[in-house]
Design a protein around this ligand. Structure first.
Ligand code: PLP
Length: 912
């Protein structure tokens, strides 16, 4: 049997316990007097005991049914209980109980059982009423519980849009455990009889309480405050849920309280019809998809098409003799929904007033933003929109140098003075981490010393990075605002849209941090702490300021933007992205410019299918994002564990842990691995709360240097060509496996199988290898794992492009456009003329972006001086793809004359 520390989550534990119970009972039923009957019986008892604690939080099969099964077993009805458990366990695995009633009694036939075998057709599934569970929090006896259940059940109507089943728990703590454990729960009814402390004693469950935080502080609370407090606590961990507070306190008292996710307060304990209708309406508010619904409706209406879109209604296809296969492949609906109309229930993305506007508002609610804008051209466009809306020519922007190329192009378009920040390097794996806070603070303090702080407009960082390094977002904003209280933050969350729906992940998203921070800035405690720190920091020098955790002034402005590729981590068609805004000065200062920037970059013919998919993707996360993200993390964790503990895999591969990807100085918790073969799982909550950087465990970097293949060869020649496994990121000696909300346990199992097969083949190959072959293998491994080129820092902008009086920030736009003039450019070869030029003391300055894949970000930008380190790195890169570098000509650089000319001009301008 597995020990408790083998489980990452209580959901996995539950599922395994049901499966063990089912197997053991089947065995007993088959052979009740067999050799192992005694130990099997003991196993059944142990499973019943363990499941008893867990089943209280779930409506199916329900604690009453569960108790009944147990009694059947205790009274010797083994065959009966084996039957019931088999049916229940199966329904749990297939999720059939969420589609229809499952009769658990042996005498009752389950007519639809076979339907689940051949998973229902999408059309049949679409017609089924969605199911959810409602948690009632009240300390009631068995009789009262039955009364509550019956009353709610009797309110059901055939035309209700959803069906639900109640779960009753007695205490505030149980309710918190319940909402974090049971993903079926969509609504909570908090009744006045609830108690505080849970009797449950299972670490996998009680650790959920940590996520809710602040539990210790409320232990001495007045019992009449438990209800409102519960609503507030749930708002922190599952903000998408609805709560209904039933209370006997006065309206005036309740009116003054912060009630978190509470949608309505009920004063009449027996008003079950109102409660029922509110529960349904609450779920419907999340289920609704204004634009998708409008598009579906539109596609059903008869219309004559007299606009420029022959594919609309499939007309140009159905009449064709040559492109019928396109119609057959996509089916009719997509063409029925293709239109350029903006009326008839549809809307204009550029000037939304109807269903798109509403869909965006719902998305803002779901992602914790004040405003959300859809984009049908990916986050690449979102980034340019935000930068153009906020950055004026000449504004200084602090940018992480290894950010996505859209930011660098955005800087060119906006005419920003770019101040590049260096991420910490991971030389061993040829990849970068993220920018340490100390480096950001240092740059800001430097700017302050140079009297330039008023020109610093924005800090732009990638959270999380492609490789999964995640910032402590709130802390970064806090300390930066202490230096520059109106700084604008753009967090590129292209890879992090899903994070909102995992309570641990959510804390490190831009929107959540902005909301928390806004609240905190207003408190008297914050004002006091700020005043106290100011006294201490009088005359503080740079070193002291860097070492101190700075507190921002209470009047600091919270100005946060995030851009997310919904299509990368959630349900959306490719290119579906969102911009989330949480900026206190948006209305007054930015809205108009934002509108213009949006117009600049958005097509006048945005794709309606993408917009509809964003709308539906939002519905999904509000109703099942929590469940899907939880499942994704579980799949990733089991993958990490399987690779880390497999003896054969360890010979050639290594899953990089937080300790490998984040230097110890940025891991204050001291946690270096989320799974340890001896200690089992680490509670990741602690590190996610404290550490400067954490690792998103759902992105798994595998070091493959031990196989003798570099990352790119391993990706294309082995994974893709031989096994049909697709990945898209590699470094010199690593490959990145990304899990997503669609990753299944069986896809993880397949990957492990493949890795084992690769390892076995390598074993065999080396077994039969000649001495020479073996030496060659060892040399390749050494080359990949020990001889690594150090990653170069950003060198510097040439003085022709530096902003006047600066040694740092540069005018990338001038450099970019200067390169349009052929006469000002030249080509130098990597292994010849560049080296010679540099030896002669000449500044070799790149005229274009040079972007090798991998790593996929510019190692040179226009106007940047080529350094020895960059040159060495470029030479060591054995990649075929270097964008911007011409194999036939070399590197495009500025001529010395062009640089001299421009330098004279800029110096003269500065002097004026
Ligand atoms: C960090 C980051 N930002 C932005 C983007 C661009 O996103 P999209 O592909 O949605 O345009 C990417 C794409 O890989 C990315 O990695």
């Amino acid at each position: 049997m597995q020990s408790m520390s083998d489980y990452y989550s209580a959901v996995q534990l539950r599922s395994d316990h049901w499966s063990t119970l089912r197997q053991s009972l089947d065995q007993l039923a088959r052979d009740p007097e067999g050799r192992y009957a005694k130990s099997t019986r003991a196993k059944v008892v142990a499973m019943f005991n363990a499941l008893e604690t867990i089943e209280r939080y779930w409506a199916f099969p329900g604690i009453q049914a569960f108790d009944h099964m147990r009694r059947q077993f205790e009274t010797g009805h083994v065959e009966d209980v084996a039957f019931t458990v088999r049916r229940a366990a199966r329904a749990l695995v297939t999720g059939a109980y969420r589609r229809r009633h499952i009769p658990l009694d042996r005498d009752m036939d389950d007519k639809d059982e076979n339907e689940d075998e051949a998973i229902l057709s999408p059309d049949a599934r679409a017609l089924a009423k969605p199911y959810f569970e409602v948690m009632i929090v009240d300390d009631v006896n068995e009789h009262q519980e039955r009364w509550l259940r019956q009353n709610l059940a009797s309110m059901r109507r055939p035309d209700d849009a959803f069906t639900y089943a109640p779960v009753v728990v007695p205490t505030l703590q149980d309710a918190l455990i319940g909402v974090l454990f049971n993903h079926n729960i969509q609504a909570i009814i908090v009744r006045p009889g609830l108690k505080m402390e849970s009797k449950v004693d299972l670490d996998l469950l009680t650790r959920y309480l940590k996520l809710a935080g602040g539990i210790d502080a409320i232990k001495d609370m007045n019992p009449e405050d438990y209800g409102p407090e519960l609503c507030r606590l749930i708002a922190k961990v599952r903000p998408e849920l609805d709560a209904y507070l039933v209370t006997d306190r006065s309206v005036e008292e309740i009116a003054g309280l912060d009630l978190g996710i509470c949608r309505r307060v009920f004063y009449n304990q027996e008003d079950f019809m109102e409660l029922h209708l509110n529960i349904l309406r609450g779920v419907q508010a999340r289920n609704k998809t204004p634009f998708f619904t409008a598009l579906k409706e539109y596609s059903k209406q008869p219309t004559g098409v007299f606009h420029a879109m022959p594919i609309s209604r499939g007309k140009s296809i159905t009449r064709s003799h040559w492109i019928q296969d396109m119609g057959a492949f996509y089916g009719p609906n997509i063409f029925m929904a293709e239109t350029s109309a903006t009326s008839g229930g549809l809307d204009s993305l550029l000037e939304p007033h109807g269903t798109i506007k509403e869909a965006q508002e719902l998305a803002a609610r779901a992602f914790g933003a004040k405003h959300t804008y859809f984009s049908t051209n990916g986050t690449s466009t979102c980034n340019k929109i935000v930068v153009q809306a906020l950055v004026r020519p000449g504004d200084i922007v602090l940018v992480d140098r290894d950010c996505h190329k859209s930011h660098h192009y955005g800087m060119v378009l906006a005419g920003a003075q770019v101040s590049y920040l260096d991420s910490y390097p991971l030389n061993e794996y040829s990849m970068y981490g993220a920018v340490p806070l100390r480096e950001i603070k240092h740059r800001l303090l430097q700017m302050k010393a140079e009297g330039k702080l008023d020109r610093v407009r924005m800090l732009l960082l990638t959270n999380c990075t492609f490789d999964g390094v995640v910032y402590n977002v709130e802390r970064v904003m806090e300390e930066c605002l202490a230096i520059k209280p109106d700084l604008v933050f753009l967090w590129d969350e292209a890879w992090f849209a899903f994070a909102r729906f995992g309570p641990t992940y959510r804390q490190r998203t831009g929107m959540n941090a902005a909301n928390n921070f806004r609240e905190r800035l207003r408190t008297p405690e914050h004002a006091k702490a700020y005043a106290k720190q100011q006294e201490k920091l009088v005359d503080a020098d740079m070193d002291k300021l860097l070492k101190t955790r700075l507190i921002p002034p209470p009047n600091a402005r919270v100005r946060v933007y995030t851009t997310q590729s919904t299509h990368k981590t959630l349900t959306s068609l490719r290119q579906g992205s969102m911009i989330h805004v949480n900026d206190q000065d948006f209305k007054g200062e930015v809205e108009q410019a934002f509108h213009e920037a949006y117009m600049t970059h958005t097509s006048t013919s945005p794709n309606y299918q993408i917009i509809a998919s964003l709308d539906v993707g939002r519905r999904q996360v509000e109703l099942e994002g929590f469940e899907f993200v939880q499942r994704q993390v579980e799949a990733a964790m089991s993958m990490r564990r399987a690779i880390a503990t497999h003896p054969l895999l360890q010979k050639y591969f290594k899953v990089l842990s937080a300790g490998d990807m984040i230097p110890a100085e940025y891991r204050e918790s001291g946690v270096s691995s989320y799974y340890d073969a001896e200690q089992g799982w680490t509670d990741i909550w602690d590190c996610w709360e404290q550490d400067e950087f954490v690792l998103d465990a759902t992105r798994i970097t595998l070091a493959v240097g031990g196989t003798g293949w570099d990352g790119d060869t391993f990706k294309t020649k082995i994974l893709m060509d031989k096994y049909g496994i697709q990945i898209n990121k590699t470094s010199r000696n690593t490959v990145l496996f990304m899990t997503n909300i669609g990753t299944t346990r069986s896809s993880v199992a397949y990957l492990i199988e493949v890795l084992v097969e690769i390892a076995k083949e390598l074993d065999e190959l080396l077994d039969d290898a000649s001495k020479m072959e073996r030496m060659s293998f060892e040399r390749r491994v050494k080359n990949l794992t020990q001889d690594y080129p150090p990653l170069p820092d950003f060198s510097r902008f040439h003085e022709a492009f530096l902003s006047p009086g600066s040694t740092n920030e540069g005018d990338i736009r001038t450099a970019f456009f200067l390169s349009y003039d052929e006469s000002k450019c030249d080509y130098l070869e990597l292994d010849g003329s560049i080296k010679r030029a540099m030896k002669e003391g000449r500044d070799v300055v790149s005229a274009s972006f040079i972007i090798p894949y991998p790593p996929g970000f510019p190692i040179l930008v226009p106007g940047q001086v080529v350094s020895e380190e960059i040159l060495a790195f470029m030479r060591a890169l054995d990649v075929n793809e270097i964008h911007g570098y011409r194999q036939d000509l070399g590197l495009r650089v500025f001529t010395p004359e062009a640089l001299a000319d421009l330098t004279t001009k800029t110096t003269a301008q500065a002097a004026k």
